[in-house]
Design a protein around this ligand. Structure first.
Ligand code: TRP
Length: 470
């Protein structure tokens, strides 16, 4: 397999696996669909509202938006650029670049961080994906119609209290992800993204429309967009930074993998910005849909990971055709989570194929099984082990269950660390000529980007880390 890509190859529709023909995306749109499919997921609709609620709203949102703009977009550009320059799976891309440019091979570590993060994230991501599956039945059955906040809360607590039910839905979600990865048929699903993502967007708009009728829309908008810096803590800044990585699928070399399929003549900056804007738009819309319902029903913004499952069902129980919209909404949420879940498992499977010479099906089964088994710890954290905080002796981690710790460690430590390595690689190691060539920006824009990845991102990540350790 040659290191340089041939510009004449076209995207063949079967681009997965080291043995598959490495075609290029037919268009910029195909790349945007795949990258958006990975980026838009539970992070936008489940996680963004609840971390915003937990961290006091506006000031947190502002820091999050700054992190997207100043750290997220430049790192996404760096990942896509490294992937395209290397032209292989992340580990092999880094090896190809380091060999070609006579650099130290240790940078392959970025790929290893990605594999570890993928395992850990997918284990709990799949449990939440299972909640979404469970809520398809809850909404479709019509049992939410006209329910009170207490009744809706009781349905959610009922789900969390049953390890067997959670396990069943977690198993189904993992199976969905594994089937696609094992068969290497991502292309079809990615094409589906072009219909399903806009549909999800429209449904969110419908819920926002309903939320406007509650009379609490203004209060919600103020909560989200009027920064009150007295509510911002150093750990809130860390969560905002970590969430910027999580929601854009950064720090795990996923965008690097997708970048290796991007044709040479397509602007990395424009595509990265497009993906980031769509992703942020979905998150903000989710916030505008959920917080009016929170305030209208006297719920707690800081309710934690259950927030959307305690608020959206209320809206679906009250609005006209709520059962229909609710069912559709959760089906679309499953699709969004599914395409993201695939992008979490894919790098692990590719790594097993390349490193261990295992075939795709065996590596999918093996990696999927490990994620699934690890997911059981997250399930038990919601009920039987709810009071077990294994690292409770560390002040910052007090009261965190295994599930909370997995989320915290991956999003707030591993992903920023992965991003830091990407920034250092692009900012200090890779040949500047090669990067100018790949990014094809005006000299001023290139310098702006370069200063960011060379100085701003590493310093920002380091400062946030150090502040939180102290
Ligand atoms: N971005 C996805 C979400 O917001 C989650 C995700 C998928 C992810 N692939 C990733 C996060 C890779 C980090 C790295 O739901």
């Amino acid at each position: 397999m040659s290191v340089t890509q041939s510009g004449s190859a076209t995207y063949s529709g079967e681009l997965e696996g080291s043995n598959a023909k490495r075609g290029l995306w037919s268009s910029r749109l195909a790349f945007i669909l795949a990258a958006t499919g990975s980026a838009v997921g539970l992070g936008n609709i489940w996680k963004f509202p609840y971390v915003t609620g937990e961290n006091g709203g506006g000031a947190f949102v502002l820091v999050y938006l700054l992190c997207i703009a100043i750290v997220g977009i430049p790192i996404m550009m760096a990942e896509v650029m490294i992937g395209r320059r290397g032209g292989h799976s992340p580990v092999n891309s880094l090896r190809a670049i380091t060999q070609r440019d006579g650099l130290k091979p240790a940078w392959k570590l970025i790929g290893a961080v990605g594999v570890l993060a993928g395992f850990l994230i997918l284990s709990f991501y799949s449990v939440i994906g299972g909640w979404a599956i469970s809520y398809v039945g809850t909404t479709a059955s019509g049992q939410l119609a006209g329910q009170s906040a207490d009744a809706v809360g009781a349905i959610f607590s009922g789900l969390l209290s049953s390890p067997a039910t959670l396990l069943a839905w977690h198993t189904l979600f993992m199976a969905l992800v594994m089937v696609v990865v094992a068969r290497g048929v991502r292309a079809g699903l990615e094409r589906a993204v072009s219909i399903l993502m806009p549909a999800l967007f429209v449904l969110l708009l419908i819920v926002v429309g309903y939320a406007m009728t509650t009379g609490y829309f203004g209060q919600a908008a103020a909560f989200l967009f009027q920064p009150d810096f007295s509510k911002l803590t150093t750990s809130g800044i860390l969560v905002a930074l970590g969430h910027a990585f999580f929601t854009l699928s950064l720090g795990m070399a996923v965008m690097m993998a997708y970048g290796s399929y991007l044709p040479k003549n397509i602007s990395i900056a424009k595509t990265s910005i497009t993906v980031s804007v769509i992703d942020t738009g979905v998150a903000l819309l989710a916030g505008l849909a959920i917080f009016p319902i929170v305030f209208a029903n006297g719920l707690e913004p800081g309710a934690g990971p259950g927030l959307i499952f305690q608020t959206l069902p209320l809206a679906f129980g009250q609005m006209p055709m709520g059962s229909l919209f609710g069912t559709l909404f959760f089906v679309l949420l499953i699709f969004a989570a599914w395409t993201s879940g695939i992008s979490l498992l894919e790098p692990i499977v590719e790594w097993l194929e390349e490193k261990k010479g295992m075939n795709r099906v065996v590596s999918t089964l093996g990696a999927g099984f490990v994620c699934w088994a690890l997911g059981i710890a997250s399930i038990l954290s919601l009920n039987l082990w709810a009071d077990f905080d294994p690292l409770g002796f560390v002040p910052m981690l007090e009261g965190k269950t295994i599930f909370d710790l997995l989320d915290f460690f991956t999003a707030n430590i591993l992903l920023p660390l992965g991003g830091l390595l990407v920034a250092l690689f692009a900012g200090w190691v890779m040949s500047r000529k090669a990067m100018e060539n790949e990014l094809a920006l005006s000299p001023a824009m290139f310098n702006l980007w370069f200063v960011i990845v060379r100085f701003v991102t590493p310093v920002a990540v380091a400062v946030v880390f150090i502040y939180n350790l102290l």
